[in-house]
Design a protein around this ligand. Sequence first.
Ligand code: ZN
Length: 339
Amino acid sequence: MIQRAVFVIIALAAVAVICKKTVSPGRSKIRQIDHTLQSISFDCDRIAVYVGDEVQVKPVAIPKNADVSYTWEIADDGVLGVQNGRIVALKSGNTLLGAVSGDISAQIKVTAKYKPLPPESTLPPLYYEKLMIANYKNTLGADFVPKNLVKIPENYTAEGYDVLYATEETFSAYKKMYIDMYYAIKGRMHIISAYRSYAKQSELYNKAVQNYMNQGKTSTEARSLALGTTQTPGNSEHQLGCTIDVSNSNNTDHDYYDTPEGKWLADNCYKYGFIIRYPSDKEDITRIKYEPWHIRYVGVNHATYMYVNHLCLEEYIDLQKEAETAANDYAIDNPATVE
Ligand SMILES: [Zn+2]
């Protein structure tokens, strides 16, 4: 107790001394406090953030009361966005974030990652890779044209068909599949349709309607009948450039599945990133009649998940949304960590 009392007295005395030293009006000039910035640092070398989350980053300035305003620098790699030190991760990757004030700066490494699914989840792990879809309820604009269309060499198209185009990745995957089909079953595929512009789809649809009207159907009946085989403009996946119709002759019909090529395609196209877009048992979901010749490129990972789980694209996209919700929930108690 005595020791404690002595300590308190000494402490009070020290405060008095300090006060006397720093505040002594009349005896010396009031010291000018220097607010000039001397250094900036971060309290760690690296942080991890989840894609989509916003995180406030606070550099430490010396002196603490320095007059400082930061400008922020990030590598132009699309990983991060930053505004007033508030960062948002836009895609996964590693990048550097810099806080700059005049000639003084500090950097921190930022690792951005997608939110993981709970460990036991069987939902699509690549839920964050959004796939484009065109169907009866998702319409593409008249001005939508895929970016990287390439001309399909004549050797791949069926005789007598127009010059055709597909996206580069679609055709590149198709070529591998084309060769492998030949080695596997000595079968050949010929492309009879690929990319179709909005205008081309309009032309096809109007032609189909006109054909039915020529057969004596009313305009309403003709439109409804035409929809059985031809999509309205903006609702066909051919406009995406990643859809291809194949045939082993110059015709497409429902017998295609019964050909060796049709069977091989249905069993193997996922290995190359394709799906049979309109399966026979999903007509109520796709609202398109079974088309064993119509393949859509989605990439090997997505295609494999859909093949293994027997899903059409509409069902898969719904599961991706479910997975996104599960990942968001899981991330609440499992923040991003630096490995
Ligand atoms: Zn088609």
